[in-house]
Design a protein around this ligand. Structure first.
Ligand code: GLA
Length: 697
């Protein structure tokens, strides 16, 4: 097998810095200014052509590459590399006018109109023919262009068109099901079609879960999500294979959307194997945990990438345009957000977009060059960040050091638990995972976000983690159950929450009492689920002090476990709420209600104490600073990230690092030296300290 190129060509000795660049929106005079400002900012790489199909092929088989040739040449002359898009994300009007049958269809059977973007069916053979023709044209034309550093397939695959219910999708879904199940009997068993007279007697009867009289079959819904992800991946590989045929030397990527909102349209943990390097887009979700969510997503992206360096393809310099209220970032946040991604293993920091559009749906979206122009705090912050990334070049290629705590993330659990017809539609898988991450950061402890899928292909292992958190690990297959049992058998400490272990990979209950797959390991049985209403809460009496539960409770029987907390109010008063079973030399703790970050802190304090996990930070900095360490042959780099708006002093940084450190000085870094080994970390600031790697003899 030939070795694939792993990283944008020419980017092995510097951190990437840049943006989506859309010169087709601007006259040539502006291009001149763009290049001047890019040089001033220290831009090293831009993504070009993402939405330019209508400019490259203005009418069928009429090609216009002259403008792109010129853009590529100008960028190259300025020393700026190009992550060249395949331009297939948004089909031009002539194509949808000629072939309206490429347009996606929603669950009601309504065809979506063109006029926005990404209005194409992932399974449309017609769309694919036109798209791959364009990809081939670009690949052959630019194969040897010296600016070409990487290929950027489509854009955020599935962002707007993940779930298509068209006839094309129906045919592809049936083929996918035939490959998965082989026979109708297997499918009928997996989908539990004995229920509601849903038994299929011919493959042609099977449809996507279109709008039905009431809840469509849950396994059909779950399989449709899996299928839709696979359809996007199949499309991704079709473009990739064209590119690899013509430019085997050029690495290929596409921008994922690893964020904690809704279940992802594409299984990124799986799709990482389809690309040469992982790239991600991240946008903040407003709220009290916004910064922590960014950190968690960056952390998880590293987990998806198997802790290889990854590429932050997009984030924003300031406000976006697509939330109900779009507030700007506060001073320091542009740098802090960027450097948090860097801390978690990004070797390139890019934005959407280079220059703020003057027309179109995203004209209110921030950019590296805002409407206010270069005389603006945003552009000054961009320039400062560019200079800082140059100073931080030795970080390139280092890897994030492993934490002692892992938080498991499982897309199928996320999909299944948030499906319809469950005990509560208020359950938010990602929020529960984030709460544990926040609570750990509050204690000054970092955790690795680990995709469950990565445990089975060599990207990750539970070995070596002192504590493993399984938030709402709802869908558990036999191998995952076995991995958790052997982790605890081997002396590990596992903590699982409410709704874990309930269903199999087919979304059927595990046999016997809840929590099914984890019942024996946890030593408890759930007689009944008892979700709480909005605004309702219960108090708990515990060894950790009083706690408050919301969202969920279980009517729990203890079979073989110690009770660490009991419900003290409500109809379950007196019954167990938090339990622990010793198993081999390890322990398995169960938390049956939502405690939120404040309630999880005392639970985690006790658990971390038991597991021997200690914060490396001094007491005064715990909770206020996130510490992430990258290391490699060029040294250990300690990223100290101020989570809050107040200055934080760390008196003895050498004690944190376990040896002498040098605080790196650069314009976007907020750390200043305070005494011999002291650090003052400004509001929302990030400091980076370097420690030479000791070479053991
Ligand atoms: C996504 C897209 C970009 C742009 C930004 C706006 O990330 O990939 O094209 O629309 O959102 O935030």
């Amino acid at each position: 097998m030939t070795q694939r190129p792993q990283w944008p060509l020419g980017h092995h000795d510097r951190l990437g810095f840049g943006a989506d660049y859309n010169p087709e929106q601007w006259p040539r005079e502006v291009w001149d200014e763009d290049i001047r400002l890019m040089r001033e900012a220290g831009v090293t790489i831009v993504s070009v052509g993402i939405f330019s199909w209508a400019h490259l092929e203005p009418a069928e088989e009429q090609w216009d590459f002259a403008w792109l040739d010129e853009v590529m040449d100008r960028l190259h002359a300025a020393g700026i590399a190009v992550d060249l898009a395949t331009a297939t994300a948004s089909p031009p009007p002539w194509l949808t006018a000629k072939h309206p049958e490429i347009l996606p269809v929603n669950e009601r059977g309504e065809t979506l109109w063109p006029g926005g973007r990404q209005h194409w069916r992932p399974t449309s053979p017609i769309f694919r023919t036109y798209a791959l023709r364009l990809v081939e044209k670009l690949a052959t034309r630019y194969a040897t262009h010296p600016a070409l550093a990487a290929w950027h397939i489509s854009n955020e695959l599935g962002c707007h068109n993940a779930y298509d219910y068209s006839e094309d999708a129906a045919a592809a879904f049936r083929a996918w099901l035939q490959a998965r199940y082989g026979t109708l009997d297997e499918l009928n068993a997996a989908w539990g079609t004995a229920f509601w007279s849903q038994r299929y007697s011919d493959w042609s009867q099977i449809l996507p879960p279109r709008l039905a009289a009431t809840f469509p079959n849950p396994t059909q819904q779950l399989d449709f999500k899996r299928f839709s992800s696979d359809a996007l991946r199949e499309y991704l590989r079709a473009e990739r294979d064209v590119l690899r045929t013509h430019t085997p030397h050029v690495p290929v990527t596409t921008n994922f959307m690893v964020m904690l909102g809704n279940p992802w349209p594409m299984d990124y943990a799986a799709a990482a194997s389809d690309v040469d390097f992982v790239a991600n887009d991240h946008y903040l979700r407003p709220g009290p945990q916004a910064r922590d969510e960014l950190s968690f997503s960056a952390n998880l992206t590293a987990g998806i990438a198997g802790n290889r360096p990854w590429f932050l393809m997009e984030h924003s310099t300031s406000a976006v345009n697509w939330q109900p209220i779009n507030t700007p970032k506060l001073p320091g946040e542009l740098a802090r957000d960027s450097l948090t991604h860097l801390a978690h293993g990004a070797d390139a920091i890019c934005f959407f977009q280079w220059r703020q559009s003057k027309a179109g749906a995203e004209k209110y979206h921030s950019a590296m060059v805002p409407q206010a122009g270069e005389d603006s705090d945003i552009f000054r912050s961009v320039v400062a960040l560019g200079a800082t990334l140059r100073t931080l070049a030795p970080v390139v290629g280092t890897r994030r050091e492993r934490a002692r705590v892992a938080i498991l993330v499982d897309l199928d659990s996320w999909r299944a638990v948030q499906a319809d017809s469950h005990p509560s539609d208020r359950v938010r898988y990602a929020q529960e995972a984030l709460d544990w991450y926040t609570a750990l950061l509050d204690l000054g402890i970092g955790a690795d976000a680990v995709p469950v899928a990565a445990l089975f292909d060599g990207r990750a292992t539970l070995d070596g983690y002192a504590l493993v958190v399984a938030p709402i690990l709802h869908l558990v297959d036999a191998r995952t159950r076995d991995a958790l049992i052997s982790y605890v058998d081997g002396g590990g400490h596992l903590v699982a929450t409410y709704l874990s272990g309930i269903v199999t990979e087919h979304d059927h209950f595990w046999p016997g009492d809840f929590p099914g797959a984890l019942r024996d390991l946890l030593g408890v049985r759930v007689q009944e689920f008892a979700p709480l209403r909005d605004g309702e809460s219960v108090t708990l009496e515990s060894a950790f002090g009083p706690l408050t539960g919301t969202l969920w409770t279980d009517k729990l029987d203890v079979i073989d476990a110690d009770v660490l907390a009991r419900y003290a109010s409500g109809w379950l008063a007196g019954r167990a709420a938090v339990t622990r079973r010793a198993h081999g030399t390890g322990t398995a703790t169960y938390v049956s209600t939502r405690l939120g970050p404040a309630g999880l802190r005392p639970v985690l304090t006790e658990l971390c104490g038991r597991a021997g996990v200690v914060s490396p930070l001094p007491a005064a900095a715990r909770g206020r600073v996130e510490l992430v360490v990258r290391s490699g042959p060029s040294g250990r780099f300690l990223f100290l990230i101020n989570r809050g708006d107040e200055e934080v002093a760390i008196e003895d940084l050498a004690a944190v690092a376990g040896g002498p450190v040098e605080i790196i000085d650069a314009p976007a870094l907020a750390g200043s030296s305070d005494g011999a080994s002291g650090l003052r970390l400004g509001p929302r600031g990030v400091a980076v300290a370097r420690q030479p790697t000791t070479v053991s003899s």
